[in-house]
Design a protein around this ligand. Structure first.
Ligand code: FE2
Length: 295
């Protein structure tokens, strides 16, 4: 076991609670685990949902997500294994695979499909829903496909952190921070995929007011003295004095997501794939969808 002798953090965050995801299915019958569920939207503002999908059985994913609308937020799809093609109503399409990310701002509206482009083998990844501030909910739809080689990495012995969004690392002890592939105003999201060898540890700076959680998808780790097993989300306590989080791998390699963001503190009104601030805006979204005004 290696241990970190010096810490750049004065007061690392504790785990507030551990959450087991809920097995469910979505789209045309894709089996997945909803890690961040509806009842956690206020607590984990600005994040609305996190789905984890992972299966070697094509029956669990082959139906995919045929044409469906979105309005009012962003979707971040991170593909660990497998191939998924997206096509949208604006005529764009792209292939998501092997560690790549699609960052999509649904804004005022988009209709798209997300369909597996494989008939066998492993399909594994995550879809995160990130809210938009009220003033940006009706911006034009936009997306960026980020191939795996364009995702920056923060590295130290035994540690590789893929930096999808935000700034990785701490500014302490002469350390260099690494800027992620995406930066966002307002919600200031941090999205890290941490790969730690057995016994390795990693420290990440977090602004005190930001909501943050860790999701372990291989092996297990500890946050402070709290063990976090595989397929569990650890919600980190937002102590006013805290300055970051420290994760420590056990005696096996571990992979985990660390996701954090600045809360919007605005009303959340959701109806399926529409997330707005009021019921009236939801009715409008449904009406616009039915009238063909969403794509
Ligand atoms: Fe979608």
């Amino acid at each position: 076991m290696t241990t970190t002798l010096t810490s750049a953090l004065k007061q690392p965050r504790r785990v507030e609670r551990l959450v087991a995801g809920k097995p469910t299915s979505d789209g045309a019958g894709v089996k997945l685990t909803r890690v961040l569920t509806h009842d956690l939207q206020q607590r984990l503002d600005p994040f609305l949902m996190l789905d984890a999908f992972g299966s070697d059985d094509a029956n669990d994913y082959i139906a995919g997500f045929p044409d469906h609308p979105h309005r009012g937020f962003e979707t971040v799809t991170y593909m660990i294994a497998g191939r998924m093609r997206h096509r949208d109503s604006a005529g764009h399409e792209g292939l998501l695979q092997n560690g790549g990310v699609q960052w999509m701002t649904a804004g005022r509206g988009i209709i798209h499909s997300e369909l597996p482009e494989q008939e066998e083998g492993r399909m594994e990844g995550f879809q995160l829903w990130l809210n938009l501030p009220a003033k940006d909910k009706m911006v034009p739809a936009w997306y960026r496909d980020i191939p795996t080689e364009e995702i920056p990495e923060w590295r130290a012995p035994g540690v590789t952190v893929r930096v999808i969004a935000g700034m990785a690392g701490t500014a302490g002890a002469g350390e260099q921070q690494v800027a992620g592939a995406m930066q966002r105003d307002h919600t200031e999201p941090l999205y890290l995929d941490m790969h730690l060898d057995a016994g390795a540890s990693f420290e990440q700076a977090l602004p005190p007011g930001h909501n943050a959680f860790v999701y372990v998808y291989r092996g297990s780790l500890s946050v402070g003295d709290m063990p976090v097993p595989v397929q569990r989300m650890a919600i980190l306590a937002p102590d006013a004095q805290s300055d970051g989080v420290r994760v420590q791998a056990g005696d096996q390699p571990v992979r985990a997501l660390l996701i954090a963001g600045k809360p919007l503190r605005e009303p959340i009104a959701q109806y399926g794939p529409f997330v707005m601030n009021s019921q009236a805006q939801i009715f409008q979204a449904v009406e616009d969808f039915r009238a063909g005004r969403l794509g």
